[in-house]
Design a protein around this ligand. Sequence first.
Ligand code: IPD
Ligand code: CA
Ligand code: CA
Length: 267
Amino acid sequence: MSSFLEVAVDTAREAGSILLAEFDRPVDISYKGEVDIVTQADRRSEQAIVTRLRTHFPKHAIVAEEGGGAESASPFRWHVDPLDGTTNFAHKYPCFAVSIGLEQSGELIAGVVYNPVSGELFTAAKGEGAYLNQKKIHVSPIENLATSLLVTGFPSKKRTQNPNIYYYWDFTLRSHGVRRDGSAALDLAAVACGRFEGFWEFGLHSWDTAAGVLLVQEAGGTISQFDGRPYGLGDSELLATNGRVHAEMKEVAAGIAERAALRPPLS
Ligand code: IPD
Ligand code: CA
Ligand code: CA
């Protein structure tokens, strides 16, 4: 394991134990937006992650969701979601994760998604494959959308401006179903290990996707925007699949966008 990945794993485990301890306490919610929640757990987890990353890599840049990161001209940039699935967490629904991804000069090179409730630790390093608790993982072999299980998510910010409900409707009718688990990082990890054939969402941030995108790529999957353009961290559309259903999902998405004459997705 690279030293970057090793540090990311230790950091995610530490943050995960903070989240688990907080999960047993009464939730302390504040609002960043109308339904956009933040808890003490988000802040404590982020503080622990940023402190550890800065100790090991003082020159690296850190982009962290709750604002505790650090700017720098370094080619290395960490993308940190200290608690992905805050709404689940706040409602005591045990589906959330820590997500830590590392980019070097625009290329993802390491990623960890850790679910402290299940103990599942997903890791990937560029060119070295993707792993779940140290066992190599691969995307699913299913070839058709009709026999696929999919997953998506909806933003907690500007929900009315998000077109996803139309996509949810259509993809539900054309597949075995579409799940909505509330953690984009875990959704991507689940595509990487073959539980879902495809995931899409609009308006995600770099901290939601950096680690999960590398997991999917290293597990043999395909990542793009809906029209096939390459996905870059922070782009407003993300389609992540096992590769085999990618073209079909793109085609269906093009039809949905055309028929519904949708507004452009959030930027
Ligand atoms: C959210 C989750 C959710 C996704 C939202 C994200 P948060 O992240 O990943 O699944 O649908 O778009 O904002 O706010 O819980 O870190
Ligand atoms: Ca998130
Ligand atoms: Ca978060």
